[in-house]
Write a protein that binds this ligand. Structure first.
Ligand code: CP
Ligand code: NVA
Length: 308
């Protein structure tokens, strides 16, 4: 069963195939209306359940549109409206959904929900973000980097800020796609040691540098994300802001990177917090290409899951 649970759990050749297939599908749509169907309709007759236990704009819309472009149908489900949110077990939910749908995408809190869903489902399950990782985002980011700058292998990527779920998937991608990653942020918010270990074991350089200006020297790509994620307690907001303020991506920081460095952010952004508008809307930024590429990358992920 081809579940897409995480980048480090997916075969590197499959990951490369997904990126190539996404690029091909994107190219084939050039010049078409956004709503136009793809010619080959690989998901014709297939039903995809999209389960959200947390808010979403990009993931929700890009999966829904992607399925429709490929000729399939979607069912949007919110955790709270399902019996899942009222005591039915994840295992039973997975077994029941598998009798109705061909593919399940879930955005949830604890990673154990995703894993249990995959363990008990008879259909592929896709991780649409957990507290711990966000693999679909990083597949879109790899596609985005490569369409602007060519192969990411051997490049230097810098993450500035909170070592969160998106950073975790970027570390996995460093190992699988072969690029170096420097993390710059406060020690309390370092990425998980297990994920750093995964990338290092794969043979890439992972550095931790507390000085953000030193960290970005020679960077081909600078990435950040919100200082307070959906699973973080709001009461920690002020403390996090105080710790993370030195890691804001602003014009001064970007000018310490390579002159042609790209800037990425998974969005939603909190302008003037983790990133200034000057950078978001400036010449280095490819944030809206990243958002668009969620669509193309996830279409390729779904095709790989379904083998179509
Ligand atoms: N980047 C991302 O996953 O955005 P949403 O939370 O809007 O889905
Ligand atoms: N780190 C953020 C990503 C949102 C797409 C969160 O988990 O809230």
């Amino acid at each position: 069963m081809n579940h897409f649970l995480d980048i480090h759990k997916t075969d590197p050749a499959a990951l490369r195939g997904i990126i190539d297939s996404a690029a091909k599908m994107k190219a084939a749509r050039s010049g078409r209306n956004r709503g136009a169907p793809d010619d080959d309709q690989p998901l014709a007759g297939q039903m995809v359940a999209l389960i959200f236990e947390k808010p979403s704009t990009r993931t929700r819309v890009s999966f829904d549109v992607g399925v429709r472009q490929m000729g399939g149908q979607t069912m949007l489900l919110s955790g709270q409206e399902m019996q899942l949110g009222h005591g039915e077990t994840i295992a039973d939910t997975a077994r029941v959904l598998s009798r109705y749908v061909d593919l399940i995408m879930i955005r949830t809190f604890d990673e154990s929900v995703l894993i249990e869903m995959a363990d008990y489902a008879d259909v592929p399950v896709i991780n649409g973000l957990t507290d711990r990782t966000h693999p679909c985002q990083i597949m879109a980011d790899i596609l985005t980097f490569e369409e602007h700058r060519g192969p990411i292998k051997g490049k230097k990527v810098v993450w500035s800020g909170d070592g969160n779920n998106v950073c975790a998937s970027l570390l996995h991608a460093a190992g699988q796609f072969g690029f170096d990653l420097t993390f710059t942020g406060p020690a309390q918010l370092d990425p998980e040691a297990e994920f750093i270990g995964f990338a290092r074991d794969a043979g890439v350089r992972v550095s931790i540098e507390r000085d953000p200006h030193k960290a970005v020297e020679g960077a081909d790509l600078v990435v950040t994300d919100t200082w307070v994620s959906m699973h973080d307690s709001q009461s920690a907001k002020e403390r996090r802001h105080n710790m993370l303020r030195p890691y804001q991506v602003n014009k001064a920081l970007m000018s310490a990177a390579k002159p042609d460095a790209l800037f990425m952010h998974c969005l939603p952004a909190h302008r003037e917090e983790e990133v200034t508008s000057e950078v978001m809307d400036g010449p280095h930024s490819v944030v809206f290409d990243e958002a668009e590429n969620r669509l193309h990358a996830q279409k390729a992920v779904m095709r790989w899951c379904l083998g179509v």
